[in-house]
Design a protein around this ligand. Structure first.
Ligand SMILES: Cc1cc2nc3c(=O)[nH]c(=O)nc-3n(C[C@H](O)[C@H](O)[C@H](O)COP(=O)(O)OP(=O)(O)OC[C@H]3O[C@@H](n4cnc5c(N)ncnc54)[C@H](O)[C@@H]3O)c2cc1C
Length: 381
């Protein structure tokens, strides 16, 4: 019997996990197919998640959040991803909340965090552009000072929550000659904002209920009071300081998917018969699954170390890059084994393992590609 329990779990988190699990089963599972077809999760669901205390769980209660820490975020994440529910852009919503918490002025925190925690304002973070992804210093979207305002022109690509979001943390260039101080983050409330346009929802390989869009800015005017933290040129430093949070989120997704996939596959091979006996009785099946389980357990222990350190605000960039790189790469291999065990059914979208396989591929790409993660690790060798 496997008795491992994440060392960061405690009795309160057990209760929170039971509540999260019930909420996910009741409010997400029945709608997943419809959400995948429409390519986004209803805004009403976000409001419900906020009302029930599942959004901004790691934001202090003085700003309307749950008053918990990254462990609470991890629990709600895990309960979704182990069931193959990949549509809720909780990750980017929480990243924006943490940017506000860590870098915003008090007015900005009071203005946006309570509404985000309630799910009344859904957030997105827009860095990537058609011409630049890994190399953020190449960002071309410009915010030009004009009296008390900024005027913004440009476009962003692959933005998670792009269709449903109402609050955008937008990375812009405020000083093309500024070197490492060229970038700033500005906050945009996008509902009925003149000059702002959402492109069509992109057709993706996986994560089908997640709305990923291109965004366009044509002479968009916002008050300078919306500059995150109130000082120009801090964008790059602000982005860098919160990377361990974002990268550990991908670790949480990856390990939760591996765990869910193995559970699903063990149950499948125990009931599916070939040559007069369950697939599980074949040594190849048992050994491959034993390998996958071992990989998953090792990943879990490393991830738990990272979760604990993110919760304490102590995870360094290099370890976070290792976590994101290694767990997302292992995920591909574990899912490949699990899919193979399902035979032809594993290739059918109605099967969880098929959806997970497609969902997982992007984990090696977004939040910094595997190659960029290796670059970060190598820099510190
Ligand atoms: C589903 C999805 C959701 C996303 N959500 C968001 C979002 O919410 N907000 C947002 O801003 N962005 C988002 N992205 C964008 C994502 O972060 C980028 O796609 C990613 O950072 C890679 O950038 P790119 O696509 O421009 O690839 P490129 O930077 O063009 O890279 C192409 C290839 O070159 C490699 N490469 C690049 N530089 C180096 C180097 N120095 N050394 C070695 N190899 C290198 C890369 O690793 C990759 O393999 C999302 C993307 C997807 C697919």
């Amino acid at each position: 019997m496997n008795t491992y329990r994440s060392p960061w779990m405690d009795e309160d988190l057990d209760l929170f996990r039971s509540a999260a699990s019930r909420f996910v089963e009741r409010e997400m599972v029945p709608h997943d197919e419809r959400w995948r077809e429409q390519k986004y999760i209803d805004r009403e669901f976000w409001r419900k998640a906020g009302k029930n205390g599942f959004l901004c769980t790691d934001i202090p209660s003085e700003y309307g959040g749950g008053g918990g820490d990254f462990r609470h975020e991890a629990v709600f994440f895990e309960e979704q991803w182990r069931r193959g529910l990949s549509g809720l852009g909780q990750g980017v919503h929480s990243i924006v909340a943490n940017y506000l918490l860590n870098h915003g002025t008090d007015v900005q925190k009071q203005q946006w965090l309570p509404q985000m925690a309630q799910g009344q304002l859904i957030a997105a973070i827009a860095m990537t552009e058609p011409g630049t992804g890994s190399d953020l210093k190449g960002i071309k979207t410009r915010a030009v000072s004009d009296g008390e305002d900024y005027v913004i022109n440009g476009s962003k690509m692959f933005i998670t929550n792009g269709y449903v979001s109402e609050l955008l943390a937008l990375v812009v260039c405020t000083d093309p000659e500024g070197g490492s101080q060229a970038l700033s983050i500005v906050m945009l409330e996008t509902t009925d904002l003149p000059g702002f346009k959402v492109g069509t929802m992109l057709k993706k390989m996986g994560q089908k209920s997640q709305d990923t869009c291109e965004l366009f800015f044509d002479e968009v005017r916002i008050p300078k009071a919306n500059l995150l933290g109130g000082i120009e040129g801090q964008g790059f430093a602000q982005l860098m300081s919160d990377l361990p949070y974002e990268r550990t989120q991908v670790g949480v997704q990856s390990v939760a998917m591996m765990e869910g996939a193995i559970e699903e596959t063990v149950s499948y091979v125990k009931q599916r018969e070939a040559f007069g006996a369950p697939l599980f009785s074949l040594q190849n099946t048992r050994f491959r699954l034993a390998e996958a389980k071992t990989t998953t357990q090792v990943a879990r222990v490393f991830l738990d170390y990272c979760i604990q350190n993110v919760a304490r605000g102590e995870l360094d960039n290099t370890t976070a890059a290792m976590c994101k790189y290694w767990t997302s790469e292992q995920l591909q291999q574990v899912l490949d084994i699990c899919l193979q065990m399902h035979g032809g059914y594993g290739y059918m979208e109605e099967y969880l393992i098929c959806r997970m396989y497609a969902d997982a591929r992007v984990a090696r790409i977004y939040a910094g590609t595997s190659e960029i993660m290796l670059e970060v690790v190598a820099r510190n060798l």
